[in-house]
Design a protein around this ligand. Structure first.
Ligand code: T46
Length: 133
């Protein structure tokens, strides 16, 4: 599986503005079990710094922007999230970090399972060991 998997979301815009619809199992590659959003991130703060063992997620910046860094242990990628109609998949066993949040950034994340702290790998050395095993 490639490291960067963009998902183009249908933008049902018209002269009044934009509307992006997300349907479970239709334009996302899984059934949505949980949605959370990150907003009000303070200037200079970075987040993430973990991988998930099994969780599949898709993230989209619905306002503002941030930088996403992905690392599968072999390849690394870094890019801006700044388009409400362009989502990025965060696959299991991909180390991810978010940096440079704009003050108006709202990052929405769709996940295929409930919150489970035991699914997180928060130590980079343990992550590298797991992906090279
Ligand atoms: C991820 C990136 C993109 C909950 O109680 N329920 C939840 O569903 C989530 C996601 C978090 N939490 C609690 C756990 C912590 O006490 O919220 C607090 C902040 O979570 P965390 O430090 O893990 O936040 P980030 O921004 O570093 O990471 C989050 C997600 O946790 C993570 O799954 O992939 O965003």
């Amino acid at each position: 599986m490639s490291l960067i998997n963009w998902i183009d979301l249908p933008n049902r815009g018209d002269e009044r503005g934009c509307l992006v619809a997300i349907e479970s199992g239709k334009n996302l590659p899984f059934e949505i079990e949980r949605v959370y959003y990150i907003h009000g991130t303070q200037d200079g703060v970075s987040r993430g710094f973990h991988a998930h063992k099994k969780l599949q997620q898709v993230a989209v910046c619905v306002a503002g922007s941030c930088e996403m860094r992905l690392d599968d242990g072999t390849e690394k990628a870094s890019f801006q999230l700044d388009d409400p109609a362009k989502a990025i998949a965060i696959n299991p066993m991909v180390w991810h970090e978010m940096h440079h949040f704009s003050s108006d950034c709202v990052l929405v994340v769709f996940a295929d399972a409930a919150y489970d702290e035991s699914d997180y790998i928060r130590d980079y050395d343990s992550f590298q060991e797991a992906v090279t095993r």
